[in-house]
Design a protein around this ligand. Structure first.
Ligand code: DON
Length: 314
């Protein structure tokens, strides 16, 4: 495919996304996020051959929110090993909302997976015992190749003032001896990592790192092991979009993680990383425009994990 055709498809994707933006809502349960402009939309696509394409609001900063769960899982797997991590957090889709605690209370002694809040707070608690938040920030800066990534203090304070539910989840985890560390410190660390401020470009860069088996394209350096990349992508595909994961996988076939800040991180294996920003969310808390336009992009560029058609930019 010629670069010009890619740009035409991206322009169409932007139009498709904008067509559904009005049907979504910005996250309001974190008051600071309710102030965001729901009409913003940016798409960034970085290929494994070094081509970069982008349209719309790709330079806007927004908080990474639940997409930080992917970085946290990578770091936890590399630090503690899969055996230890998956002893504490499962790998099954929960079929419940991202902030649910019913399945943890009624059906399991482990959070169902690391993409929902209960699982991510467990992972954050492990990391909090080993790393400072500055080290976590540096990890995010490295994998996204952006030294400017920092905590958005306004969003952090806003979420800390309204995170009773996450604290309830963390106390439940503590009562089940799933986390050992201090509950308040674990929730603070988790909320700080969710409040890191990124761009769609940062997400495309991180997506490309995963698409390239953990090897940074710009330096040739391995930042994440193949085994971790494989596990993380599997969990993104099965659990990354919460109780919408099955439908999303069917439609796009692209391992993706959403955040209520409006971000989407997508990984098309051996092809490209995709970063999207659009703060208008569907009822499951996923970027409404991104979900719609990724179906179109997946079809146009043959990105579905089970699509065997060759695709390259000439
Ligand atoms: O814990 C929370 O509720 C937020 N910090 C993150 C939730 C989130 O991003 C859900 N994703 N779509």
């Amino acid at each position: 495919m010629k670069a010009g055709e890619v740009m035409t498809i991206l322009d169409n994707a932007l139009r498709i996304g904008k067509g559904v933006t009005r049907y979504g809502k910005v996250a309001a349960y974190i008051p600071e996020l309710a102030k965001k402009d729901k009409n913003k939309l940016g798409i960034c696509l970085y290929t494994i051959d070094g081509d970069r394409f982008e349209v719309g609001n790709t330079e806007d900063r927004f908080t990474i929110q639940s997409i930080a769960k992917v970085m946290a899982l990578c770091l936890a797997l590399e630090t503690f090993g899969a055996g230890f991590v998956f002893d504490h957090v499962g790998v099954e889709p929960s079929g419940e909302a991202f902030n649910s605690l019913v399945e943890l209370d009624n059906r399991s002694n482990r959070p169902f997976n690391p993409m929902i809040n209960s699982g991510a707070i467990t992972v954050a608690s492990m990391l909090e015992g080993r790393y400072s938040i500055e080290e976590m920030q540096k990890y995010m800066q490295d994998v996204c190749e952006d030294p400017e990534i920092a905590i958005d203090e306004a969003v952090f304070e806003s979420e800390m003032a309204t995170c009773a539910r996450n604290k309830a989840i963390a106390y439940l985890l503590k009562s089940k001896q799933i986390i050992d560390n201090d509950v308040e410190e674990s929730v603070t660390f988790y909320t700080q990592m969710c409040a890191m401020s990124v761009t769609a470009r940062n997400l495309a860069t991180f997506g490309l790192l995963l698409a390239n088996d953990g090897i940074q394209l710009s330096t040739g350096k391995r930042l994440i092991s193949s085994q971790t990349v494989r596990m993380v992508q599997t969990i993104m595909l099965t659990c990354g979009m919460y109780d919408g994961s099955g439908e999303f996988a069917l439609k796009t076939g692209i391992p993706t993680k959403s955040g209520v800040g409006g971000g989407l991180l997508s990984v098309a294996q051996k092809k490209m990383g995709i970063g999207i920003y659009g703060p208008s969310l569907d009822e499951k808390g996923n970027c409404i425009a991104g979900c719609e336009l990724l179906g179109y992009i997946s079809e146009a560029f043959h990105l579905h994990i089970f699509d065997q058609t060759e695709w390259k930019v000439e």
